[in-house]
Write a protein that binds this ligand. Structure first.
Ligand code: M6R
Length: 604
C-alpha cells in the first residue's frame, strides 16, 4: 500500500528518500514520485516501478525531499494520479496515504471558487486546501485544512518558501519520525528509515509535526506545542538479499524452522500471561484478524478450546467492527472478555479499527504481531511479538507459522493457569512445540516432490482444498495462497460440506487437495475422498507418514512426518505454501508482488 518518506538535513536528500522508498516496495504500489526543493519545487512522478521514475529523475542538490509510492484507491494508476500532488502555482507538494472520504464535496467547493484540478485522486484536494489556508505558516495552513477533511491519512507537505521544513500529520494510518544529527526523517514504515536512525518518535493521531534539519516540534490540534518521547528501537538487520533463492517467498518458506525457533524464547517462558496482564478469569476470547492471520486465528480457536474451557470466536476484522458487542461486555457474561488481534504487519487498517472498537467496549486486548513498534503494538494492553524477521513476500508464510505458534503458547498457558491442564501436560506441549522446526525441515527436504506435483495444477481453472477440524483452516489457507500468487481460482471447504453444493463443480479438471490426518475425523475424511474420486476428481491427499489407506484412496499422497494431529497444521502449512509457490512459478506470475495486492493493507 502507499508509502511515504521524507528527509530534511545536511545531505543530498534525493538519494536518501529514493533508497528509503525502495525499502517500501515490498508493500505493493503502482506508481511513485519525489518532490525536492531546488530554486523552486521540483516534482517527478511516474506510473509503474520506482525504476521508471528514477530513470527520469533530474539531478538534485536539495537537502529537503518527500517521496511516495502509490497504491491506487481513487483514480487509475497513472503519472498524473501519482504523488506528490501540487497546487496550481507549484509552490506546495503533498504526499498522502489513506483516503479523504469527503473529497468530492471539497473538490466541488474549491472548483466553484475557481480552482482547477489535474487528477482524479482524492489526495489532490490537500494541496488545494493548504494553499487556500496558507499565509506564511505551513503548520497553521495544514491545521486549518484538517478541520475540513474526513478520512484516514498520513500527510507530509513541503512548501517552496520553507527550504528546510516538512510538516506532517497522521490520523489512523502510520507515521514515524526518525531523529538524526542535523537531519531528520519521516516515514510511514519504520523499515524505510532504520538504516539511518534507531531514534524514533511515534506521533499520536492528529498531532502536527514540524521537522527541520535541526528541530522537531509537535503540536496538538489547538497548535500548542506538546512533549514527545524518543524511543530507541532495536538495530535492524536489513533484508535486501534473496540469499540464493529465486524469490523472497521461497526464502521465507525455508526460513520457517528458524522463525519458529527464534520465536520460542518469546513464547515459552515461564509466565507469559503475567506479561500480557492476563491475571483475571477470562470469560471468552474473540480472535480478530484478516487474511492469513485470520486463518491462524481459526487454528488457535481449536487449540485454545481444546486446552481450556474458554469459548473462542474468530471474526474478520472488517466484520467485527460492525458486529454486536463482544459477549461479556454489556452484561452477558460475568468474567471479562479478551480480544486477541492478529496482524503480522501491525498496520492493517481493519484490524486497528477492530482493536479500537474492542477497547471502547471495555475488552482487554492483546496483539500477536511481527513488527516491533508497529501501530497495533501501541494500541493494545499486551503484545506477543513473533520473531519471524522481516517478511518481504506479499504472501504471508513464516509469519503465519509463528502466529499459530503464539496461539498454541497462549492456549497452553491459559490451560495451565485455568487448571484445564497440569504441569506435566504443560511441559509435554512445550516439548512438542520445540520439535516443530525439525518436522518442518523434513517437509522442506521433500520440496522436489511438491514441485513435481505442481505441474498437475497449472491447467486447472479451479482447485478445492478440504480439511476437517483443526485442518479446515489449513484448507482455507491453502486456497488463499494458491489464488493469491498463481491467480488460479481456489476454494477452501470443510470436507463434509462439499456434498452440500460444491460437489457439483468437481470434475477431472478440478483437483482437490484433501488433508487427512489421523484424528477423530479421519474415517469421515476418507469417505469424503471416496465421494470425490467417484466423480473422477484427481485427489491429492496430505496424510501422516505410513498411512496406507490414504495412499490407496488418493491419486497422490504427500506424507508429513509423524506428528500429533493437533500440531499437524505446521507441516501442512509448509506443503500448501510450497505447492502454491511452485504452481505460480510454473505459470510465471510475479510471486513476491502479486497483482492488485499489497503487503500492508492500510485502508479499510
Ligand atoms: O499484516 P496482517 O497480518 O494484518 O495482514 C492481513 C492480511 O492482509 C494478510 O494476511 C494477507 O491475507 C496476506 N497477503 C495473505 O498471504
Amino acid at each position: 500500500m502507499c508509502g511515504i518518506v521524507g528527509y530534511t538535513g545536511n545531505k543530498q536528500a534525493q538519494p536518501i528518500v529514493l533508497e528509503s522508498l525502495k525499502k517500501l516496495e515490498y508493500r505493493g504500489y503502482d506508481s511513485s514520485g519525489i518532490a525536492t526543493r531546488e530554486e523552486k519545487l521540483v516534482i517527478c512522478k511516474k506510473e509503474g516501478p520506482i525504476a521508471n521514475m528514477e530513470s527520469v529523475l533530474p539531478k538534485s542538490d536539495s537537502t529537503l525531499a518527500i517521496a511516495h509510492t502509490r497504491w491506487a484507491t481513487h483514480g487509475v494508476p497513472s503519472d498524473v494520479n501519482a504523488h506528490p500532488h501540487s497546487n496550481s502555482e507549484n509552490t506546495i507538494a503533498v504526499v498522502h496515504n489513506g483516503t479523504i472520504d469527503n473529497y468530492l464535496d471539497i473538490k466541488e467547493n474549491l472548483e466553484s471558487e475557481g480552482y482547477k484540478f489535474k487528477s482524479n485522486s482524492d489526495s489532490e484536494v490537500l494541496p488545494a486546501l493548504i494553499t487556500k489556508h496558507y499565509s506564511g505558516n505551513l503548520v497553521e495552513a495544514l491545521n486549518k485544512s484538517l478541520e475540513v477533511i474526513q478520512g484516514i491519512f498520513t500527510i507530509a507537505v513541503i512548501h517552496e518558501d520553507h527550504p528546510d521544513e516538512i510538516v506532517a500529520v497522521r490520523n489512523e494510518t502510520p507515521l514515524v519520525i526518525g531523529v538524526g544529527n542535523s537531519e531528520n526523517y519521516l516515514a510511514s514504515d519504520i523499515y524505510a528509515i532504520l538504516k539511518y536512525t534507531q531514534q524514533i518518535i511515534y506521533p499520536l493521531d492528529n498531532q502536527i509535526i514540524r521537522l527541520t534539519s535541526k528541530s522537531i516540534e509537535v503540536f496538538d490540534d489547538s497548535l500548542n506545542k506538546v512533549d514527545y518521547e524518543i524511543e530507541e528501537v532495536e538495530k535492524y538487520t536489513e533484508v535486501s538479499e534473496k540469499g540464493g533463492f529465486e524469490h523472497f517467498m521461497l526464502k521465507e518458506i525455508f526460513e520457517q524452522p528458524k522463525a519458529l525457533q527464534d520465536s520460542l524464547t518469546e513464547l515459552l517462558i515461564d509466565s507469559p500471561l503475567e506479561k500480557l496482564g492476563l491475571n483475571w478469569k477470562i470469560g471468552s476470547i474473540s480472535v480478530v484478524a484478516c487474511g492469513t492471520s485470520f486463518h491462524a486465528g481459526l487454528v488457535g480457536k481449536y487449540v485454545i478450546e481444546q486446552l481450556t474451557a474458554i469459548p473462542v470466536s474468530v471474526s474478520y476484522s472488517s466484520e467485527f467492527r460492525y458486529a454486536a458487542p463482544v459477549q461479556g461486555v454489556g452484561g452477558l457474561l460475568s468474567s471479562r472478555p479478551l480480544v486477541v488481534l492478529i496482524s503480522q504487519s501491525g498496520e492493517t487498517a481493519d484490524t486497528l479499527a477492530a482493536a479500537r472498537v474492542a477497547r471502547q467496549q471495555g475488552c482487554h486486548t492483546i496483539a500477536i504481531c511481527n513488527v516491533p513498534g508497529s501501530r497495533i503494538t501501541r494500541e493494545v494492553d499486551g503484545v506477543i511479538l513473533t520473531k519471524s524477521g522481516q517478511e518481504i513476500g506479499v504472501a504471508a508464510t513464516k509469519t503465519f507459522l509463528t502466529q499459530m505458534q503464539a496461539l498454541y503458547a497462549l492456549g497452553i498457558h491459559l490451560g495451565f493457569t485455568s487448571g484445564s491442564i497440569d504441569y506435566p501436560q504443560l511441559k509435554m506441549w512445550e516439548s512438542e512445540i520445540r520439535k516443530l522446526p525439525s518436522k518442518l525441515t523434513q517437509v522442506l527436504n521433500n520440496s522436489e516432490s511438491i514441485k513435481a506435483l505442481a505441474a498437475q495444477f497449472v491447467k486447472s481453472k479451479s482447485v478445492f482444498f478440504v480439511g476437517r477440524n483443526i485442518n479446515y483452516p489449513l484448507a482455507l489457507e491453502g486456497a488463499l495462497k494458491l489464488k493469491e500468487i498463481s491467480y488460479i481460482h481456489a476454494e477452501g471447504y470443510p470436507a463434509g460440506e462439499l456434498k452440500h453444493g460444491p460437489l457439483a463443480l468437481l470434475s477431472e479438471d478440478t483437483p482437490v487437495v484433501a488433508i487427512a490426518v489421523q484424528d477423530h475425523t479421519y474415517s469421515k475424511l476418507i469417505s469424503n475422498i471416496e465421494e470425490m474420486s467417484a466423480r473422477k476428481t484427481p485427489v491429492i491427499t496430505i496424510a501422516q507418514k505410513g498411512d496406507e489407506l490414504a495412499k490407496k484412496v488418493s491419486d497422490f499422497c504427500f506424507e508429513i512426518p509423524e506428528i500429533d494431529p493437533v500440531l499437524s497444521p505446521f507441516p501442512i502449512a509448509v506443503f500448501m505454501q510450497l505447492l502454491s509457490y511452485y504452481v505460480a512459478h510454473e505459470l510465471g506470475t510475479e510471486i513476491d508482488k502479486p497483482r492488485n495486492l499489497a503487503k500492508s493493507v492500510t485502508v479499510e
